[in-house]
Structures are given as structure tokens and as C-alpha cells.
Design a protein around this ligand. Structure first.
Ligand code: AKG
Ligand code: FE2
Length: 308
């Protein structure tokens, strides 16, 4: 497969399956195709995935309403130290430590009691987002089961069970404002990185670049209504590097696109906090690590970098 090919996977066979029972030859073929995409590009484009364009649009619309508010209003929802949920202003997170912080703000969502909801200023924000989160979660489990079947794991429930209790899984709304005049040298919208979790469901409309094995950057095509899904470091480690956690980034836009903002949403699927990530093939290539320790270390690396 060409290293700048984005494999497209038609998920309809799996979405219409009886629960997570992917056993017909057609269903098994889809699972194998997905795993093949993850073994080469690390990314796939999911079509007929069961999340309607209306649902995606309404989540985007609520997200836009949130970010368009005054900084003072957003400030009330600031993510607390050590927590996952809430608003993170520009200048806090930076994915590539060799660059200044990313030109993005974000709002993290988890269906938990301490989630701050801006329902007073944005009616139906929480109901829209919780509904969207559940749909992403369903698709997440379909993808995880597909991976287990495509990999021929002895226990095809293994990955689903490893994603069924308290975890750092979250939905991240992202807003990249128009590029200001006074940015720092090397500053971009989202620095080069690989995701850390199991898989990421990414809703974006252009601007993403993926690195191929020659180190070159390419932009995957954007197919309306489709969802990108990619492998994170944790799943790469779990599968002893069989599935690839591919680096990606969002550069500065060209020409007049600089004056426009960009939006995206990412559903980061993470294993249960207490899950021990051990190579599934029984090898000792990576020492076992408890998921929560792994993620806390990664979070420390990207956050609190000041307002460089
Ligand atoms: O905004 C995007 O399209 C990509 C964001 C991303 O890669 C991330 O937040 O991990
Ligand atoms: Fe990412």
C-alpha cells in the first residue's frame, strides 16, 4: 500500500451486526481490512459508521457556540489542575516540546459528575454532547472488537473488556482561532505527535497532516461524513508494534485561510485506569505498565508549559 494512501473502510456490515458479534465472512473481512490499514498507515477513513452527519454537525455547532464566548465566560469552565474535564485556553498545551505551545483551545468532556456544563449560556449543550459521546463510545467498541477479530485474538472480547470501566477516555472539542500576527517562531496549530491511547476517532474537515514512514507529511483527503480513526501509542505497545501509532500535526494554514478558524473533535479512547498494558503476543518487548501511570506521565509532558 502506498504510504500516502488513506484506506477507506465501509463499516456498514459491522454497524448492522447483532451487537458485537462479527462472525460472518463479510464482517470478518471488514475487521481484517481495518487491521491491515492500522498495520500500514495507522489511520483509516470510516464510512457508514452509524453516526449521522446531523449528529456530528450539531456537536460541532454547540462546540462553536462555546468557543465564540468571551474569555471571561469560558474561564468559568477552566480545567482544574490534575483533572481532565473543562476548558484549556491557548498557550497551555503543546504536543511537540521542540516547538512553542499549540495555537488551540480545547474543551474536554467526560460523562461524569464533575464535568462543568455551559448550559446557562448554551441551551442543550450537555444533552447534545452526552448523546454524541455515547455514539462515539459505541463506535469505539465496534472498532475495538473489529481489531480483536482482525488480529485473531484468542479472546475476541479482550479489548472491549479492557475499555469498560473508569478510564481517561474523553471527547475533546478543539478550536483553532485565526492565526494572530504575533506568533512565535515555529508555533503551529497542533505540534507533531502521536496519540497516547488505544484509538482516536477524529472529526476534522481538512488541515490534518500525517507522517509517512519516510518522514514526509501528507494530507489525507477529507470525505464528508466520514470519520478518521487512528491507533495510539498504547495500542501500538499492546500489539508489539504490529499496529502503528502514526505521528500527525496541524500546520499553519496557507494564504487567506489564516484568517479563518478551524474546528475539530477527537474522541480519545483509553483503556481502564487499572489495566496493565502487556504485549498481547506474550513477548517482553515492552515492560508491563499500568494505564493510569502511563497517561499521567504523558499529560505532565504536554501541559503547563507556560504561555510561550
Ligand atoms: O485537530 C486535529 O485535526 C487533530 C488534533 C489531534 O491530533 C489531537 O488533538 O490529538
Ligand atoms: Fe492527535
Amino acid at each position: 500500500m502506498d504510504q500516502t494512501d488513506l484506506p477507506t473502510i465501509d463499516f456498514s456490515e459491522l454497524v448492522s451486526a447483532d451487537g458485537l458479534k462479527f462472525s460472518t465472512p463479510k464482517q470478518v473481512q471488514v475487521c481484517r481490512d481495518l487491521v491491515r490499514a492500522f498495520c500500514s498507515t495507522g489511520f483509516a477513513c470510516l464510512q457508514n459508521h452509524g453516526i449521522s452527519s446531523e449528529k456530528i454537525d450539531s456537536a460541532f455547532s454547540k462546540s462553536e457556540q462555546f468557543f465564540s464566548q468571551d474569555t471571561k465566560v469560558k474561564g468559568q469552565f477552566t480545567r482544574k489542575e490534575g483533572e481532565t474535564v473543562g476548558w484549556t485556553r491557548i498557550g497551555v498545551e503543546g504536543f511537540n516540546p521542540d516547538r512553542p505551545t499549540d495555537l488551540k483551545e480545547l474543551f474536554n468532556i467526560k460523562p461524569e459528575d464533575d464535568q462543568p456544563w455551559p448550559n446557562d449560556t448554551i441551551p442543550d449543550f450537555s444533552s447534545t454532547m452526552l448523546d454524541f459521546y455515547q455514539r462515539c463510545s459505541t463506535l469505539n467498541h465496534q472498532v475495538l472488537k473489529a481489531i480483536a477479530v482482525g488480529l485473531d485474538l484468542a479472546d475476541s472480547e479482550y479489548l472491549n473488556t479492557a475499555h469498560c470501566s473508569t478510564s481517561m477516555t474523553n471527547l475533546c472539542l478543539l478550536h483553532y482561532p485565526p492565526i494572530p500576527e504575533d506568533i512565535h517562531e515555529g508555533q503551529i496549530r497542533c505540534g507533531e505527535h502521536s496519540d497516547w491511547g488505544s484509538i482516536t476517532l477524529l472529526f476534522q474537515e481538512g488541515g490534518l497532516e500525517i507522517q509517512n514512514s519516510d518522514g514526509e507529511w501528507w494530507a489525507p483527503p477529507c470525505i464528508p461524513g466520514s470519520i478518521l480513526v487512528n491507533v495510539g501509542d498504547c495500542l501500538q505497545q499492546w500489539t508489539t508494534d504490529q499496529l502503528k501509532s502514526t505521528r500527525h500535526r496541524v500546520s499553519l494554514p496557507k494564504d487567506d485561510a489564516s484568517s479563518r478558524s478551524r474546528r475539530s473533535m477527537a474522541f480519545f479512547s483509553m483503556p481502564n485506569n487499572d489495566c496493565v498494558i502487556e504485549c498481547l503476543d506474550g513477548s517482553a518487548k515492552y515492560p508491563p505498565v499500568v494505564a493510569i501511570d502511563y497517561f499521567n506521565k504523558k499529560l505532565d509532558e504536554i501541559r503547563n508549559r507556560g504561555s510561550k
